[in-house]
Design a protein around this ligand. Structure first.
Ligand code: ADP
Ligand code: 5GP
Length: 187
């Protein structure tokens, strides 16, 4: 059976990764989302087992010790990790898998799985990123400030990705990412 592929999408917080990924999952049949583990508390409207698997730090550290994660990292003060078996089983079953992970995780996975396709989603401007983070109304001011501070460093990784897509117009950006995953057939 033909193996599936890994598609890694990274971006500064607030750029629109979750929004773009949700759109892709609706429009691309058989695309599987890799549900990460995190020690971050759930936001309003997030569900365990759908957005993340929410665990405490002791559980997370135990899983790290068991080699459960393909990669893990500390991001904006919490721990996040990608379950190894889930992505490897999906790929072996011929499914394409999309991962929404940070730049440290993106680079680590590209190292382990060189065939993975990496996509950096960039905000149209720093001002717009600020607007989106506050407009989302999910994080306190201090958390927003830390995420904006980290954004500058994260942006320096964009050239290390296979593709960079600017999320200015949402519809256009989704189409662009979609055609990276499923390139239009030549006639
Ligand atoms: P991330 O997952 O990268 O942290 P989100 O997907 O949560 O970001 O998006 C952050 C906010 O920006 C949300 O309120 C979302 O609705 C909004 N947003 C996403 N993409 C766009 C866009 N292209 N134009 C305007 N607002 C957007
Ligand atoms: P958020 O808290 O906004 O959901 O995510 C914060 C950051 O953690 C984002 O950059 C997101 O891509 C990243 N992230 C989510 N899951 C993982 C993961 O499994 N591994 C790594 N390295 N980063 C992750």
């Amino acid at each position: 059976m033909k193996k599936g592929r890994l598609f890694i999408i990274s971006a500064p917080s607030g750029t629109g990764k979750s929004t773009v990924v949700a759109d892709l999952l609706k429009r691309i049949p058989d695309l599987v989302y890799s549900i990460s583990y995190t020690t971050r508390p759930p936001r309003k409207g997030e569900h365990d087992g759908k957005d993340y698997r929410f665990v405490d730090e002791m559980t997370f550290r135990r899983l790290v010790g068991e080699g459960f994660f393909a990669e893990w990292a500390q991001v904006h003060g919490a721990l996040y990790g990608t379950p190894r078996v889930e992505i490897e089983d999906a790929v072996a079953a011929g499914k394409n898998v999309i991962l929404d992970i940070d730049v440290q995780g993106g680079m680590a996975l590209k190292h382990h799985y060189p065939k993975a396709v990496t996509i950096f989603l960039a905000p149209p401007s720093f001002e717009e990123l600020k607007e989106r983070l506050s407009g989302r109304k999910t994080d306190p001011e201090a958390v927003i400030a830390m995420r904006l501070e980290n954004a500058e460093r994260e942006m320096t990784f964009r050239d290390r990705y296979d593709y960079c897509v600017v999320n200015d117009d949402l519809k256009r950006a989704c189409k662009e990412v979609s055609s990276i995953i499923n390139p239009p057939k030549r006639v």
